[in-house]
Design a binder for this molecule. Structure first.
Ligand SMILES: CC(C)(COP(=O)(O)OP(=O)(O)OC[C@H]1O[C@@H](n2cnc3c(N)ncnc32)[C@H](O)[C@@H]1OP(=O)(O)O)[C@@H](O)C(=O)NCCC(=O)NCCS
Length: 385
């Protein structure tokens, strides 16, 4: 029998377009450029909601009443603390390594340190461990940033919102109301996004009935890559290279000539404008005007115009990562922390989708078509040429 060539076999490379499950957590309409959590448009959530309320919505399927939100917020606040033992071991990591690697290691440490997590086997305790991770991720990311700056971690402030407390733990200073609100919006907008690579990775791990810490650490590992969450750091590094929009345009010309990808553009699902990019662009401009430093924004805007004019017809448009870094930069946050901030937020989507999937679990197990040689005779090592 002649083997089919790779071209003749029908399969979806990178699982593109493959539907692996149904969900009520969130939807992405790549043609209309629409993102919704549990049926609520992210534009409305960014305008009116908070990260705490959005997490409740993702986990429980409905917007909370005032008392439900208060109870849930108290629970998240109670889960913010990261044991000193974990922080001490993170400090001892053979660094320098990327904060995303430290974050991934931190989650693994928490699983080993926290007895309650180790015994979290039923769905209810798994969900509780997941909520604990949502609370702890911000503390862990902020502590990692402080450790890298050779400063002592700042303990969480229970009086502050999730976003405000995160900024406080980064700098040790109470955040300005605008900074807190912008960070809150950034956390809302990153909280969930369909069956993206890190969500899928965490669901695959959870589907084996592994623990939620392992599932979340695989999400962090996947998010780290530059084709996924790692793009936000790569974007700012690209923008920082240029002193003027003209320099940036010369770079774009060269990148296109060499068929190189420009970070912060393109998306597997969106073939139109990513709705999150539009919101981030607005805040990137406003914050840059406020700080009086428009250099990065002007460079980004010039790159956007050029890429959209040249590649827009192919659906290559700014994605979530193109403008978010300018916002974090304006908030005084170091670029190496941009992808960890993504994880601080996205852990909510990972946990919500894992819990939804586990209610009717089926082990993920796709197949690969073997197209290599067969029936080869074993050749003793001395006879190999
Ligand atoms: C996100 C991404 C992986 C999705 O890509 P995809 O759907 O798999 O699309 P492909 O990589 O197959 O690219 C399709 C075509 O668009 C081009 N393209 C895609 N993204 C591009 C980009 N950022 N810059 C320039 N060209 C791009 C590819 O070169 C390819 O061109 P071709 O048809 O001439 O070969 C891709 O757009 C990318 O690598 N973007 C940059 C990284 C990034 O910003 N990631 C964050 C995503 S939120």
């Amino acid at each position: 029998m002649t083997k089919p060539s790779e071209k003749e076999i029908e399969f979806a490379k990178g699982l593109e377009g493959v539907v692996a499950t149904t969900t009520q957590v969130g939807s992405v309409d790549g043609t209309a450029g629409k993102l919704a959590y549990r049926g609520y448009d992210v534009n409305d959530l960014a305008e009116h909601s908070t990260y705490e309320e959005t997490v409740y919505l993702l986990l429980y399927g409905a917007l909370p009443t005032r008392s439900e939100l208060a109870g849930f917020t108290d629970k998240l606040v109670g889960y913010r603390t990261v044991p000193e033992e974990a922080l001490a071991r993170i400090r001892d990591l053979p660094c320098p390594c990327h904060p995303m690697s430290m974050l991934r290691s931190g989650i693994s440490l928490l699983e080993c340190i926290d007895d309650a997590c180790r015994i979290a086997e039923n769905l209810e305790s798994k969900q509780d461990a997941g909520i604990q991770l949502i609370g702890q991720m911000a503390t862990l990311a902020a502590a990692i940033s402080r450790i890298l700056e050779q400063k002592p971690p700042v303990a969480p402030d229970p009086e502050l919102s999730h976003a405000g407390n995160f900024l406080y733990m980064l700098s040790g200073r109470q955040p300005e109301p605008l900074a807190e609100r912008v960070m809150d919006i950034a956390l809302i907008l990153h909280a969930d996004h369909g069956m993206n690579a890190s969500t899928f990775a965490s669901m695959v791990v959870a589907s084996t009935l592994s623990d939620i810490h392992s599932a979340v650490s695989s999400g962090i590992a996947t998010l780290k890559g530059s084709l996924h969450g790692g793009a936000n750091e790569r974007v700012i590094r690209m923008l920082e290279q240029f002193s003027t929009p003209e320099e940036a345009l010369a770079y774009v010309d060269k990148a296109m000539e060499n068929k190189e990808k420009i970070m912060g553009f393109g998306h597997r699902v969106y073939k139109t404008y990513d709705p999150r990019a539009r919101i981030f662009q607005r805040y990137a401009r406003d914050l840059s005007e406020l700080t009086g430093d428009m250099k990065l924004y002007n460079v980004a805007e010039a790159i956007e115009k050029k890429v959209v004019a040249t590649l827009g017809h192919k659906g290559i448009l700014p994605n979530v990562d193109f403008y978010s870094g300018i916002i974090y930069h304006a908030l005084g946050i170091d670029a190496t922390l941009f992808t960890p901030i993504f994880a601080v937020s996205r852990v909510a989507g990972w946990v919500a989708r894992i819990m939804e999937y586990l209610e009717n679990n089926r082990l993920f197990r796709p197949r690969a078509v073997y197209v290599g040689p067969e029936d080869l005779p074993y050749i003793p090592i001395d006879q190999r040429g």
